[in-house]
Write a protein that binds this ligand. Structure first.
Ligand SMILES: *Cc1c(COP(=O)(O)O)cnc(C)c1O
Length: 395
């Protein structure tokens, strides 16, 4: 029996708040405050530059990478951490295109996150080799794959609807046609079991500030299948991905394996916070997190159904990530009304309210409280308050 009370206690959640936005930004791990303070005071403060050697700062990207690897079904020494997800996607897509030199089509779906689409467009334009980005509706991806596809680039869980792609099946189909795969696990890592080894995915990326709870601006991760890693000539060959960074050679030579995908100086303070967040996963299996996520989201959906709300997420939990989206013309103002009552979710234009479920800290009582407020907002039209219609910069 997994002790989810213990994991909940590991977070510093504000009193009276029901937090259903871990799909955007996970909450603060209690241990992060002390760990980051100690790093600032004792490591940076006292060791100064010696911290790189004495406090293990230089090894952090691989060390945290190995811990994330455990959560996404990857082997040790296949994941590195640092930089942002947008940059990691650029690196991964570039490397994937190298692995399919005779083809010119990158296939993705319209449910993908805009940054992924923009980065892909920008990279293809920079390469200037006649590549095209083909964007099809999610349900048409499998049928559109062909022997023209160079790279299948998908985000496993749709950030709007929570729709879950079948990673195993699509990866197999892509490989059968000679295509290379890039999976974005932004809404998967820490939310549901991922089996990179089992699916034989080629490249994967993800962020650590959503379900992994690494904090605002926490660094991203990049996975490269070991046989692919040795073939990659990195798009961003930085000095810390060099075979011998402190030889300061004039030309780049790739480090072995995944290390070549490191770019520059690691974000030491952010990685220390992330490590405390990863500690919380130590006592829990991803399969237990998934089972409880389904329990919580089914409970929420039953309540939303009873209010006559329009579910935009797949009804079958097996086809859904760890979030539930509801469409409503007054969605923005409704979410503001909920937030003012201490139930925090978020909103995605034009009309989607998103509720994320993170079993490490969410409980059945959270769901019931959220539903009670949602019911009040719906039945009493509480969105009819001009204050709730003022759009903030971050929704
Ligand atoms: C959250 C998210 C991003 C954000 O990228 P950053 O570079 O971290 O800002 C990108 N892609 C997907 C699929 C996401 O869900």
């Amino acid at each position: 029996m997994v002790d989810f009370q213990k994991t909940r206690d590991a977070f510093d959640l504000p009193e009276g708040i029901v937090y259903l936005d871990g799909n955007s930004l996970g909450p603060l791990p209690r241990a992060a405050t002390a760990r980051v303070s100690a790093l600032l005071r004792d490591e940076w403060g006292q060791r100064l530059i010696r911290g790189w050697n004495e406090a293990g700062w230089m090894a952090q990207p691989g060390r945290t990478g190995d811990r994330i690897a455990c959560l996404i079904g990857a082997a040790p020494d296949t994941v590195t951490v640092g930089d942002t997800l947008s940059i990691r996607l650029h690196q991964a897509l570039h490397a994937a295109l190298q692995a399919a030199p005779d083809r010119r089509e990158v296939l993705t779906c319209s449910g993908n996150f805009p940054s992924d689409l923009y980065i892909a467009e920008g990279l293809l334009r920079t390469l200037d080799k006649g590549h095209t980005l083909r964007v099809v509706p999610p349900q048409e991806v499998a049928a559109t794959l062909s022997d023209q596809t160079a790279v299948l680039m998908l985000t496993e869980v749709d950030y709007r609807t929570g729709r879950l792609h079948d990673m195993a099946r699509l990866t197999r189909a892509a490989h059968n046609l000679g295509a290379v795969t890039v999976w974005d696990l932004a809404h998967s890592a820490g939310a549901l079991p991922v089996d990179l080894r089992g699916t034989n995915a080629d490249f994967a990326v993800g962020c650590t500030y959503k379900y992994l709870n690494g904090g605002p601006g926490a660094p991203a991760f990049l996975y490269v299948r070991p046989d692919r890693a040795e073939q990659v000539s990195p798009a961003l060959p930085g000095w810390l991905g060099h075979a011998a960074p402190f030889e300061f050679e004039p030309s780049y030579r790739p480090a072995p394996g995944i290390s070549r995908m490191r770019i520059g100086t690691p974000p030491v303070i952010a990685l220390a916070a992330l490590e405390t967040a990863l500690d919380i996963f130590d006592d829990v299996a991803m399969s237990d997190i998934r089972a409880r996520s389904i329990t919580l989201s089914e409970r929420f959906i039953a309540g939303a159904d009873a209010l006559g709300l329009q579910l935009m997420s797949p009804r079958d939990p097996a086809r859904r990530g760890s979030q539930v989206s509801i469409a409503h013309p007054e969605g923005y103002a409704m979410m503001q009304a909920l937030i003012s009552r201490g139930v925090i979710g978020d909103f995605r234009a034009p009309d989607l309210m998103r509720f994320g479920f993170a079993p490490l800290y969410n409980t059945e009582a959270d769901i019931d409280t959220a539903l009670a407020h949602l019911s009040d907002v719906v039945l009493n039209r509480l969105w009819d308050n001009p204050a709730y219609s003022v759009r903030q910069a971050v929704t």
